[in-house]
Design a protein around this ligand. Structure first.
Ligand code: URA
Length: 257
């Protein structure tokens, strides 16, 4: 059995951590594959630890080593959780609400971790909200400098003038400065109700509602359908799911972790 000291010694000159845990064991616990499969991946030179190609026998510190398989970062920390929630309309983005309104915290009250929501959705906005107990990850993901693109679908009064997309992409003057979308498309604009999709990488308060107001299409319903590589898909309102390893490694890359 591998011993798992809480504080392994510092890496030696070859990058190995003498008191650490065998890499194949850590990879298997992280869900990469069986120990045998993990050994194969190491043997094929597809695994790096802190930037160096790992070898069979490499030991790591699961709390601090940075491990990539095929260039994708693997989460080794079993204590860190990353969840996608479909926030229902009418739920406040807060872990507790002093005014007693339904809040995100109500949906995770049975979980042992201390979770944070990454960024905010308006109470009336539905859709994808990421929750985690990884503070560094949450801060980076919410920070505008990382520019993670969020995608929304809005139901607005139609029809949509073909010039609307150009105006939104060129930039709209808001009270707190200009804002522009990275992408815009009309999903349906057949009658007096239209559906549009917008993607943008900033997260100022009510940004989508304010931009659509300015172009004459006040929002009736707003759903966030994606945050970077994470998509809402057909996840039901009020439910949570774990992010997949693939989604997580893409997010790690986008926020420079
Ligand atoms: N933009 C908005 O207007 N509301 C949200 O909840 C998110 C983005």
């Amino acid at each position: 059995m591998d011993s798992e000291p809480t504080r392994p010694a510092a890496p030696g000159p070859d990058g190995h951590i003498p008191g650490g845990v065998r890499l194949q064991k850590v990879l298997a616990s992280a869900g990469v594959g069986s120990r045998r499969r993990s050994e194969q991946l190491i043997g094929e030179g597809r695994v790096t630890v802190d930037g160096r190609t790992a070898e069979l026998g490499t030991r790591v510190d699961p709390l601090s080593s940075v491990v990539h398989v095929d260039g994708k970062r693997i989460n080794l920390r079993a204590d860190l959780v990353y969840l996608a929630m479909n926030k229902p309309r009418g739920v406040v983005t807060a872990m507790t609400d002093p005014q007693g309104r339904p809040c995100v915290g109500d949906f995770v009250s049975d979980r042992p971790e201390r979770l944070f929501h990454v960024g905010r959705l308006d109470a009336e906005t539905e859709g994808l909200l990421i929750l985690t107990n990884d503070g560094d990850f949450a801060q980076r993901l919410a920070h505008p400098s990382h520019g993670v693109v969020k995608t929304y679908i809005a139901e607005v009064p139609g029809p949509i003038d073909p010039k609307v997309g150009r105006r939104l992409s060129d930039g709209i003057d808001l009270d707190d400065g200009p804002a522009r979308v990275d992408g815009f498309r009309v999903i349906d604009s057949s009658g007096d109700r239209a559906l549009v999709e917008l993607s943008l990488h900033e997260g100022r308060k009510h940004i989508v509602r304010r931009m659509l107001d300015v172009v004459g299409h006040p929002v009736n319903r707003l759903v966030r359908v994606a945050v970077g590589p994470v998509r809402l898909g057909d996840q039901r309102p009020g439910t949570l799911r774990k992010l997949t390893g693939q989604e997580l490694s893409e997010l790690y890359r986008e926020i420079g972790l």
